[in-house]
Design a binder for this molecule. Structure first.
Ligand SMILES: Nc1nc2c(ncn2[C@@H]2O[C@H](COP(=O)(O)OP(=O)(O)OP(=O)(O)O)[C@@H](O)[C@H]2O)c(=O)[nH]1
Ligand SMILES: [Mg+2]
Ligand SMILES: [Zn+2]
Length: 320
């Protein structure tokens, strides 16, 4: 399935041009871009084939899971150098990629607009986000750095993620080497984008690779397994494993290896804060997506609450 928009689905087929299909409301799971689907002769979707993976996020302004792209191998974290490159955004996007078992690669684009010190500083920020995260600096407009990125893409399925105006669609056009995606103009003054791309769309490369352009994401909400956060923060996870208590919250507990590392300066307090925030977000998405886990968590909290009341008032509870 190559596009999902207001009118329905666009499905690539073996023989001939892509065909338009209905949304397929009855098909479970609902098809997203990157899915292999079966269509009948009308053509209506009748089945979604099993996915290798699903790139998803927490929907904007809600707690719900929003599927983005299926079967992704590589996520390009696209940052425009005409605006600040944010550590938190990179870590968040990487966490979504980890959740989909996809590799992450940071693309610093619009390098033609800035001096060499700007990508150099951005590379330091990327290394702070994760020591093994790779970076490609390029200019989609100037056409340089594109071959380097194509080498990384190869024959893989690639999703481009970044804020509006970052330069995703311009990059898609540069990679495909023809004008296939609609590009926007950045507003003067604040370098904000205009949400030019409004649907996710898949483009095939001559090399056999596949690119999925996506609409700009303002806030990268986490909907992920705890393991996905752990992969973004391997250093903190390693420390947490040697805390005295298995359920250490790394707040005030004795024998906390994480707090000890902060105290001796080998772990930045800011990094701990970011890890806690993402871990909490992943945990709440787990509870939402798993009703049984949510019930058992509610029971556990209920038990803790009742125990606290008992300790305070004795067996009979508070006077009514
Ligand atoms: N100078 C320069 N401008 C670029 C480059 N890449 C993109 N731009 C400009 O940045 C603006 C936004 O680019 P788009 O590719 O539409 O951005 P987008 O990330 O697709 O934005 P949304 O579709 O809104 O999410 C356009 O005016 C582009 O011409 C680049 O490498 N150099
Ligand atoms: Mg776009
Ligand atoms: Zn601890």
């Amino acid at each position: 399935m190559v596009r999902h928009d207001g009118a329905g689905l666009l499905v690539a087929v073996d023989d001939g041009p892509p065909v338009r299909a209905m949304f397929g409301g009855a098909v479970e799971p609902a098809p997203v871009v990157g899915d292999w689907i079966v269509i009948d002769r009308f053509p209506n979707p009748v089945a979604t084939l099993e996915r290798d993976s699903l790139l998803r996020r927490r929907a904007a302004g809600s707690d719900a899971e929003q599927p983005l792209v299926a079967n992704v191998d590589l996520v390009l974290i696209v940052c425009g150098l005409d605006r600040p490159v944010r550590l938190g955004r990179i870590q968040r996007t990487m966490t979504l990629a980890n959740d989909a078992h996809a590799e992450s690669l940071v693309v610093l684009t619009k390098a033609d607009l800035v001096g060499p010190e700007v990508p150099a500083a951005a590379e330091v920020t990327v290394a702070e986000a994760h020591p093994d995260l790779r970076v490609v600096t390029l200019s989609a407009r100037g056409g340089w750095g594109i071959d380097d990125l194509l080498d990384h893409v190869g024959r893989r399925t690639v999703a481009l993620i970044g804020e509006s105006g970052a330069g995703k669609s311009t990059l898609v056009n540069a990679l495909v080497a023809e004008h296939v995606a609609l590009e926007g103009v950045v507003r003067d003054g604040d370098s904000k984008g205009r949400h030019t791309t409004t649907s996710r769309q898949l483009h095939r490369l001559d090399t056999g690779g596949v690119l999925v352009d996506t609409p700009g994401i303002r806030e990268v909400g986490i909907f992920a397994d705890a393991d996905a956060v752990a992969e973004t923060f391997p250093d903190v996870e390693a420390l947490a494993a040697s805390c005295r208590f298995r359920d250490c919250a790394h707040d005030t507990e004795p024998g906390c290896a994480v707090l000890a590392a902060v105290q001796e300066g080998s772990l930045a307090e800011d990094r701990l804060r970011r890890w806690k925030a993402l871990d909490a977000e992943a945990e709440s998405s787990r509870l939402r997506s798993d009703p049984a886990a949510a019930r058992s968590e509610a029971r556990r909290m209920g038990r803790i609450g009742r125990e606290a009341v008992r300790q305070k008032y004795g067996r009979r509870g508070p006077a009514r």
